[in-house]
Write a protein that binds this ligand. Structure first.
Ligand code: ATP
Length: 213
C-alpha cells in the first residue's frame, strides 16, 4: 500500500478533557472511510475559542491515555511544540514536509465545519485538504449550503479518493451527546466525569484533581 493512496485522518482539538465524543464517532469514520490511521493533534493556543482549563501537558497525557489500545490511532504533539497560535494550515504544511506523499483528511465535528469561514486562511485550507465532518447532536448543515461547501461536497468516501484535496464529506455517524464542556460541568457538580471519558482518563482527572474548582 502506498501512502499516497490511503488517507490519513487528522483530528485536532483541545481535548480538555478527552472524552468518548472524541473517540466513538472517529472510530466509525475510520472504518467507514477506510482511513489508514488517525493522528490526534492537541492544540496549544486554539485561535477560535476560550483558552483551555487544563494545561497542555495534562491534555496531551489524557489524549494519549484515551487512545491507549487503539492501534490505528496516534497522538502528535506538533502544535504543542510550535510557539504561537495553532493554525491548522501550518500544521498541515509541517506534516506534508515530513511526509510529502501522504494524503490527509481533516476530521472535524459538524459544528467546526459550520464555523470554517472564521478560520485562518480558511479558503486555502479547504482547497488544500479533504474534510470529513462528523455528526454532532444539536448541529445540522445549513440549508441551503454555502457555495463553497456545495461545490466541494461528496456523498461517499469514494469521492475523497478520486480527488487529491478539497472535497467535503459529511459522515453520518451515530450521535454522541458528550462535549468537554459537559464533562467539566459534571466534574464540578458531581466530582467525577463518570463514563463519559475512558477509565484511564477518569483516573487521571481524579488523581490530578482537574476541573474541580
Ligand atoms: P468544548 O465543549 O470544550 O468546546 P469539545 O467537546 O467540542 O470541547 P474539542 O476538543 O474542542 O472538544 O473538539 C475537538 C473536535 O472534536 C472538534 O472537531 C469537535 O467538533 C469534535 N467533537 C467533540 N465532541 C464531539 C462529539 N460528541 N461528537 C462529534 N464530534 C465531537
Amino acid at each position: 500500500m502506498r501512502d499516497s493512496e490511503h488517507l490519513c485522518g487528522l483530528f485536532g482539538g483541545t481535548f480538555d478533557p478527552f472524552h468518548y465524543g472524541h473517540l466513538t464517532p472517529v472510530k466509525a469514520v475510520f472504518r467507514a472511510a477506510a482511513l489508514a490511521r488517525v493522528i490526534y493533534i492537541p492544540a496549544a493556543v486554539p485561535p477560535h475559542r476560550p483558552q483551555p482549563s487544563a494545561g497542555a501537558a495534562d491534555r496531551l497525557a489524557m489524549t494519549r491515555i484515551g487512545l491507549a489500545g487503539e492501534a490505528d490511532f496516534e497522538v502528535d504533539d506538533i502544535e504543542l511544540k510550535r510557539p504561537g497560535q495553532s493554525y491548522t494550515l501550518d500544521t498541515l504544511q509541517d506534516l506534508r514536509r515530513q511526509n510529502p506523499r501522504q494524503r490527509y483528511a481533516l476530521l472535524v465535528g459538524l459544528d467546526v465545519l459550520i464555523g470554517l469561514e472564521t478560520w485562518h486562511r480558511w479558503e486555502e485550507l479547504q482547497r488544500s485538504v479533504h474534510i470529513i465532518a462528523i455528526s454532532r447532536p444539536g448541529w445540522r448543515a445549513p440549508q441551503p449550503l454555502p457555495a463553497w461547501w456545495r461545490a466541494a461536497r461528496v456523498e461517499s468516501s469514494a469521492g475523497l479518493r478520486h480527488a487529491q484535496t478539497g472535497k467535503i464529506l459529511v459522515a453520518e455517524t451515530a450521535p454522541v451527546a458528550i462535549s468537554a464542556t459537559r464533562v467539566r460541568a459534571r466534574i464540578r457538580a458531581e466530582g467525577d466525569p463518570g463514563d463519559w471519558v475512558p477509565p484511564g482518563v477518569r483516573d487521571y482527572i481524579c488523581k490530578h484533581n482537574l476541573y474541580a474548582g
